[in-house]
Design a protein around this ligand. Sequence first.
Ligand code: NAD
Ligand code: TYD
Length: 350
Amino acid sequence: MQTILITGGAGFIGSHLTRLFVNKYPQYKIVNLDALTYAGNLENLKDLEDAPNYTFVKGDITDMLLVQELFRQYAFTGVLHCAAESHVDRSITDPLAFVKTNVIGTVSLLQAAKDAWAGQMEGKVFYHISTDEVYGSLGDTGFFTEETSYDPRSPYSASKASSDHFVRAYYHTYHLPVKISNCSNNYGPFHFPEKLIPLCIHNIINQKPLPIYGKGENVRDWLFVEDHVRAIDVIFHQGKIGETYNIGGHNEWTNIALVIELCRQMDSKLGREKGESEKLITYVKDRAGHDLRYAIDATKLKDELGWLPSLQFEEGISKTIDWYLNNREWLDHVTSGGYKNYYEQQYHKR
Ligand code: NAD
Ligand code: TYD
């Protein structure tokens, strides 16, 4: 019997991960600890509310006493640590919030796991979910492998790199049984519309400008979120303790090409004239320190654990657009209030 703590389960990736584990493993007990920041939303998990093997706890991972108490109460055998401040633009405005949650929050979880598992590490797993952004920025060629040196360049990626270092430090110093994965950009349902893809879908629906930073030439490697959580499942159960695995989609797009593809598909789905939404594309001031290109080499994960992405991008993005078109209420709820203030601040200074 496993009892697993998922942190940040009410966020984008965390909600898909929680759904996968609750449904696929009815014999596990899943506890979701989430502070419900602007990015956390229990509407993302409505379908799990009555699941007998699922419990939600509202709380902050930096609250060490709470985290220790949860380890005592539930005797966790595994941790899937997703909770984080995750948006680069917000990290540029407020770096300390990122240090608090991403660094201090991660260390408080590591410390609680180390204390709770002292003398009985066998069979336990502390899985830290991280990003490819820790590796820095690529030029036009090459890929990030697990051996690439860390070179974080935004407050977000610096805070994630720091948390990765702490996870490895707990492995080497205290033999905490850890695993880490570093994944490329995700997309899919329940993605908060401050990130490029859901923001553009939302703005295309509402015929608002599509803000492209700089010249739109930056490249990201996009992976469907359900493929990411499937990889986490495989690594959690079959990956080696102390190892790192890169997860990526082999699916590179410049931002401008991606937004044009979104416009093309949405014009067709919304019955608009061909080319109509492209007219909304608006070039705005570039992001400070904007990383040029991310691209993952996921050979290790394929060779050792047999994982491959399942969806072609055109299909994944079509599914994603359909989800947003069919869940306008979700979009309306998350775009009211706090998000509107952020949007004004972020885009009216550009
Ligand atoms: P998200 O911003 O959508 O969700 C984060 C969740 O964490 C929210 O539910 C929020 O309420 C919760 N949270 C934030 N601070 C907390 C705190 N102090 N205590 C408890 N809960 C807190 O993020 P996401 O996009 O789902 O990312 C999840 C993880 O995956 C992060 O660690 C991120 O670095 C990593 N990651 C994300 C991507 C991506 O493309 N989104 C890619 C690779 C890795
Ligand atoms: P984002 O979704 O914020 O993810 P990340 O910065 O973690 O890769 O941004 C993806 C790319 O899109 C990135 O190069 C920045 C760019 N971008 C825009 O051009 N306009 C926008 O409004 C946003 C949010 C991002």
